[in-house]
Design a protein around this ligand. Structure first.
Ligand SMILES: N[C@@H](CCC(=O)N[C@@H](CS)C(=O)NCC(=O)O)C(=O)O
Length: 229
């Protein structure tokens, strides 16, 4: 068992930070949460992640680890005696990493695009790639869950964390744009999965409440529109 001095530099609304929190919870690792102030970057963050200057950064025994998915993999390797996060089969691991990259590179930017689209037509066009992406993930869920509750089978695994961390923002996007993205009739498996994921002990206190996150989203959007304020 590793010697455990664990600090996590983050902020509650960040889905990337939420990934690290969920992984630490799965492994029952105690950590100190160092909350960054919205709109500024601490000395510790700049020193620990000088390349990207982004959260999350996990500091394990004074060593910084950056990038949420790298952190999740690191946690899985270091606390290997806890429940496994990555699949044991190399092909399943490769597939999980493929979809995690798809989520970060394509799906999340597309979801953000709904929030920033101006006008009805632009909104409609922005929703299309999200619906397409969710249909892919519905298919992947059917393949990889093999009739169980999670992408990872009986327990939450790597792809559950990579995708599930965005559920708070997906719900906020649904609410603020009066659109259903994870729709019970179109993606019934993802719909059930999302409920189970959010109710899990390792997740339920991590994924932000939709109303609270909506309030934060309004502040964030105002700031993006007018960075001077
Ligand atoms: N690829 C990174 C993305 C992290 C990220 O975008 N973090 C945001 C918060 S949600 C951030 O720190 N933004 C500050 C900035 O862009 O300057 C990861 O997976 O950790």
């Amino acid at each position: 068992m590793a010697k455990d001095d664990v600090k996590l530099i983050g902020a509650w609304p960040s889905p990337f930070v939420n990934r690290a929190q969920i992984a630490l919870n799965i492994k029952s690792v105690k950590y100190e949460f160092l909350e960054e102030k919205f709109g500024s970057k601490s000395e510790l963050l700049l020193k620990s992640n000088p390349v990207h200057k982004k959260i999350p950064v996990m500091i394990h025994n004074d060593q910084p680890i950056c990038e949420s998915l790298v952190i999740v993999e690191y946690i899985d390797e270091v606390w290997s005696s806890g429940p496994s996060i990555l699949p044991s089969d190399p092909y399943d691991r490769a597939t999980g990493r493929f979809w995690a990259a798809y989520i970060d590179d394509k799906l999340f930017p597309a979801i953000r695009g709904i929030g920033t689209a101006d006008g009805e037509e632009a909104k409609k066009a922005a929703i299309e790639p999200v619906i397409e992406g969710l249909a892919y993930l519905e298919e992947e869920f059917i393949k990889s869950s093999k009739g169980k509750n999670f992408f990872g089978g009986d327990k939450i695994g790597y792809l559950d964390i990579a995708f599930g961390s965005f559920l708070g923002w997906i719900r906020v996007t649904e609410k603020m744009n009066s659109v259903k993205l994870i729709d019970e009739s179109k993606t019934p498996n993802l719909f059930k999965w999302a409920e189970k994921f959010c109710a899990d002990n390792s997740v339920k206190d991590v994924i932000p409440d939709t109303d609270k996150l909506s309030e934060f989203a309004k502040v964030l959007m105002a700031k993006l529109r007018n960075p001077q304020n």
